[in-house]
Design a binder for this molecule. Structure first.
Ligand code: S3P
Length: 430
């Protein structure tokens, strides 16, 4: 068991920060560098536990991966040249590792087993085993639903035409990555746009069709070794942006952060809420947009969040909720049932913690609503993280904002995505 940690209030934040590489892009860079033949370098990777799960698995598959302070050197094995792992492949807490790896492992000429921690072992995997099975994969799940995932070697896989019903970049990417091993083209159509790092990093063709985006992939897109520069993680920065907006007399400059349009819906919503966020030095590298942000204290009001934006802001909804709590008017999240199958049930987790501070929060199947600026914090409060890094960071931010601070039941899970969370807070809070 973990002992609860007390978080004391801070009065303002000032200064500048840069963040370790975006988690989603770091996973993909490690994967594509490992698939490619020869040496690649990945600058500014995430050093979070999730990306380490991906690195560990590729080491088990025979890749030579050396980690330095701010870069990783990967010597990839080339097309279908991985070594058969001696043990099962443990994806830890990382959904991206488990789901995207499945798209790679189904094409190898050995059997493999993917496992995960308690949280990952509860998360749905049929959503990827089903399309991969359509391509010819032989996958066995526990109860046909969850990890462990047993993958048997098959002789030949076929292309797929897939209509993505769940707006998920992990499902889309598992299929697209699997399509890299097949000569004939595979296509995925997504109705609602989710993060497009796989498409950008592999240079895939994306066409706008009446149903949404039509993405095409084949062996022609198999990655080559190269240098990657990973932009700062906007999902890690999100918590600091909210803090700078809500604390008085604050100004925070965030340098070199990802401004990929499929990830920056969070900034759009905040600006509509009245946030003073200036964008500077926009630049592009490896097809990914980076830039700096200047964030100043702002008076916020809640706005309607369109349903099409939900896949774009899915990881930022917990941070946005904290902004909503201090904003005028009603905060409402709908069409977000995917939140129920994240590292924890984030709808239930947010609602139960908000109830602790007397919010009038109402829980729905696909979201929740509450009145902003209406809460009353009792003495000696302890928020629960449910061992979910984004819940832990959201309620840490809230604790920094409360007059007497608050306790959090477990902060260790923050290392899943941002091991520098508290040192960064220290840097900007004096
Ligand atoms: C991710 C996609 C999202 C996101 C997760 C990372 C990715 O999940 O929540 O943190 O790297 O593709 P879904 O695609 O399942 O929504």
């Amino acid at each position: 068991m973990f002992s609860a940690a007390k978080i004391s209030p801070i009065s303002k934040v000032r200064g500048k920060l840069s963040f370790q590489g975006d988690k989603s892009i770091s996973h993909r860079a490690v994967m594509f560098a490992s698939l490619a033949k020869g040496a690649s370098t990945i600058h500014n990777p995430s050093s979070g536990e999730d990306v380490h799960s991906t690195i560990r698995i590729f080491k088990q598959l025979g890749c030579n991966i050396k980690e330095d302070t701010d870069y990783i050197r990967v010597v990839g094995r080339g097309f279908k040249h991985f070594e058969e792992p001696l043990t099962e492949l443990y994806a830890g807490n990382s959904g991206t590792t488990a789901r995207l790896m499945a798209g790679i492992l189904v094409h190898q000429n050995f059997n493999s087993t993917l496992t995960g921690d308690d949280s990952l072992s509860r998360r749905p995997m049929f959503r990827i085993s089903s399309p991969l099975a359509e391509m010819g994969a032989k996958i066995n799940l526990f109860n046909n639903k969850t990890l462990p995932m047993h993958i048997a070697a098959v002789k030949k896989m076929r292309p797929i035409k897939y209509l993505l019903k769940i707006p998920s970049a992990q499902i889309k990417s598992a299929i697209l990555i699997s399509g890299l091993f097949v000569d004939e083209p595979s296509t995925v159509i997504e109705f609602a746009e989710s993060r497009n790092h796989t498409e950008l990093m592999l240079g895939l063709r994306v066409e706008k069709v009446p149903e949404g985006n039509l993405i095409t992939v084949s062996r022609k897109n198999y990655p080559q070794s190269c240098n990657y520069l990973i932009p700062g993680d906007i999902s890690s920065a999100a918590f600091f942006i909210v803090l700078a907006l809500l604390l008085p007399d604050s100004e925070l400059r965030i340098e070199g952060v990802s401004l990929n349009p499929t990830r920056s819906g969070f900034l759009k919503v905040l600006r509509e809420m009245g946030a003073d966020i200036e964008e500077l030095n926009r630049r592009t590298y490896n097809n990914e947009v980076h830039g700096d942000l200047l964030v100043r204290s702002s008076e916020l009001h809640n706005v309607a969040i369109p349903k099409d934006l939900i896949p774009n802001i899915i990881d930022e909804i917990p941070a946005l909720t904290i902004a909503g709590l201090f904003s005028e008017g009603v905060f409402k999240i709908t069409h977000a049932k995917e939140l129920r199958v994240k590292e924890c049930d984030r709808i239930a987790a947010m609602c139960s913690n908000l109830k602790l501070i007397g919010s009038d929060v109402e829980e729905y199947t696909e979201g929740y609503t509450f009145t902003g600026r209406k809460f009353d914090v009792p003495d000696d409060i302890t928020f629960r993280t449910f061992y979910d890094h984004r819940i832990a960071m959201s309620f840490s931010i809230l604790s920094f904002l409360l007059k007497d601070g608050a306790k959090i039941d477990n902060l260790a899970c923050i290392n899943i995505s941002n091991p520098t969370f508290f040192t960064d807070i220290q840097k900007i809070s004096g």
